[in-house]
Design a protein around this ligand. Sequence first.
Ligand SMILES: Cc1cc2nc3c(=O)[nH]c(=O)nc-3n(C[C@H](O)[C@H](O)[C@H](O)COP(=O)(O)OP(=O)(O)OC[C@H]3O[C@@H](n4cnc5c(N)ncnc54)[C@H](O)[C@@H]3O)c2cc1C
Length: 429
Amino acid sequence: MQNGLLGKSLKDEAYEIIGGGISGLSFAFFMKEKGMSFRLTESAASPGGLLKTVEMKYGIAEPAANAFVANTAMDEMIETLGLTSVASGKLAKKRFLVKQGKLNSVPLDLGEIFKIPFIFFSAKKWEGGSVEDLGRMYLGENLTRQLLEPALAGIYGAPLHQLDVETMFPGFDKELKKSGRFLPAILKMRKQATLQNGKSIRKGSHSFEKGMIEITNALSDYVKDETISAHTLKKLEEDKNYILTLPAYKTAELFENHKLKELFLKVRYTPLVTTTLIFKKKDLPGFKPGFGCLIPRREGFFSLGVLFNNYIFPGRVVDEEYLSLTMIFRDEPTDKGSNFLEKPEDEIIELLYDDLKRLFGLEGKALEYKMWKYEKGIPIYSAELRQLWKEINELLIKDFPNVRVFGNYTGNISIRAINLAARKIIEEV
Ligand SMILES: Cc1cc2nc3c(=O)[nH]c(=O)nc-3n(C[C@H](O)[C@H](O)[C@H](O)COP(=O)(O)OP(=O)(O)OC[C@H]3O[C@@H](n4cnc5c(N)ncnc54)[C@H](O)[C@@H]3O)c2cc1C
């Protein structure tokens, strides 16, 4: 396995890239840059997958990523495609954590901050385990619940006990096993990443004025001569080389009557719902501008967090008088019920309003909203997933030497990680 690519290493041959999400588009972009031969096949009417932007009457909404963390691979794409990205605004520097129902600026209070260097520098014996184990060992119960859990829930969606440190951050895990010191392990991992990937000319979170659809459209256009849209690959052919960039459960469909099918189906995902709501600002009198707020589970809210979209990037609402919020929650049993994916949207919206009443004193209703429900939302980076990579990799090399597999469940979950990995894999051909 090389940079998240399962199966044999790539050679300078012609490839069928299957799936036109950001994974497939990133491969296509860097292969075209390198002059390699490929064809991209996408089952929807146009490429993009999860990376889209929908225009509503009062603003825009996005089904998944609404931003990317600056990286050199994306710098290269943006420059070649002639795009202009937008950095998160000054007001977005403020991030909040909910504590006892109220918004607190991050970092928390001084008492807790003073404890952090001591915890981070003290050496412990880390032998691997879940993020929950890591948090308990280095941060203690309070900071784990208050800081680590909500921060990671915003990216990985899953509860900490399901997430495995080595699967998520192999470099950090290795360093921590060696030195036992938290902060030096983080710094070393970051230094290695910068050495490998270079330093981006951008800093922090970025998007585009019209949303992430700008990069999707520009990439799709860049590889349009090599793309077949509205075509679903149903069967693999022996005489073709493939890079499958589909979700694991879709990849499974291509391995009928083979053990690989069962292995791909074992990849677990967190069921999630994401909703973008647009309000009149005056209807949320307790609102404070910023990037957003993370909500620890023990606070008893329905949502995991809220993004304050129009304080992060321009172009998120049609007029200053509106406020655009994105709220994400996991479909897990709570005191408000269970099986939320099956509930009608208006019932879910009422639960989100309850959260907003407690957080900002919401007085009215949303002018409009857009909701996406995912039975399989974000892949769970568990210890079991790492084992699956090993087994899938071995079986691909043995029985399908013409097939490679890559996706947000093979080691690179964010747009940033996907871009960087795709570039590295192609560079090494
Ligand atoms: C709610 C949510 C919020 C997120 N927020 C962020 C964020 O802010 N920042 C960030 O960096 N990341 C974020 N992510 C993660 C990121 O959006 C995804 O990891 C990424 O978009 C996945 O891209 P992909 O190309 O791997 O998969 P997909 O986008 O799922 O693409 C797969 C493509 O394959 C096609 N396909 C399927 N089967 C076939 C077939 N048989 N033949 C041909 N085509 C087929 C599909 O139509 C689809 O277009 C978020 C994810 C979610 C769910």
